[in-house]
Design a protein around this ligand. Sequence first.
Ligand SMILES: CC(C)(COP(=O)(O)OP(=O)(O)OC[C@H]1O[C@@H](n2cnc3c(N)ncnc32)[C@H](O)[C@@H]1OP(=O)(O)O)[C@@H](O)C(=O)NCCC(=O)NCCS
Length: 182
Amino acid sequence: MVPDKTEIGIRRAVASDLEPLAALARKTYVDAFGRSFSASDLKAHLKKNLSDERFAEFLREDVFLIAQSPAEMIGFAQIGPAKAEDYPFGIGRDDQELRRIYVLKQRQGQGVGGALLEAALRIPASAAARRIFLDVWEENVSARRFYERRDFKLCGKRAFRTESGTATGFDLIMVRLKSAQP
Ligand SMILES: CC(C)(COP(=O)(O)OP(=O)(O)OC[C@H]1O[C@@H](n2cnc3c(N)ncnc32)[C@H](O)[C@@H]1OP(=O)(O)O)[C@@H](O)C(=O)NCCC(=O)NCCS
């Protein structure tokens, strides 16, 4: 069922969002990628990258936008300064990174991710950014297409490794240049 979009708002996260936000991230990750990795790799990834403790750090460093219906949190976008150590080429102080966009599985394909991305591109740090980077697993074909249709272009790649060190292809690096900003 396509939801009534007038009931969905996008707002900045506040400290009390921490636990539902982290829970939404873990649920969306397991739904999207849970069958792509071993149970132990999945567990290690959730603990290392999507725990409540990690989200407490993220909330201090990054901007979070939350898509919210009256009943529940539906998705979020996380954006912050690009970190030079994460990229195989030079990163400047005016480069931002779209770190995550996650939408609950049952609400995907209804425009929520697109609305979150648009809102993330409108925050002052994004509007001032020269480049906005993101990475996406090469096998995440629907997300790759989602970003390509929104002016992100492939600009590099790095090895993608699970927590146990198993090589599983590449993380693709994509960039959206200032000239593409709305
Ligand atoms: C990738 C992701 C964030 C996209 O969010 P979404 O809410 O599904 O995105 P949208 O609905 O705005 O757009 C997705 C597609 O649905 C279509 N769509 C948009 N509005 C629609 C509507 N009202 N009805 C049906 N389809 C619609 C769009 O045309 C779009 O097609 P495209 O990808 O070919 O451009 C989401 O699928 C997700 O959370 N995936 C799991 C986690 C993940 O992979 N995150 C990205 C990597 S970090």
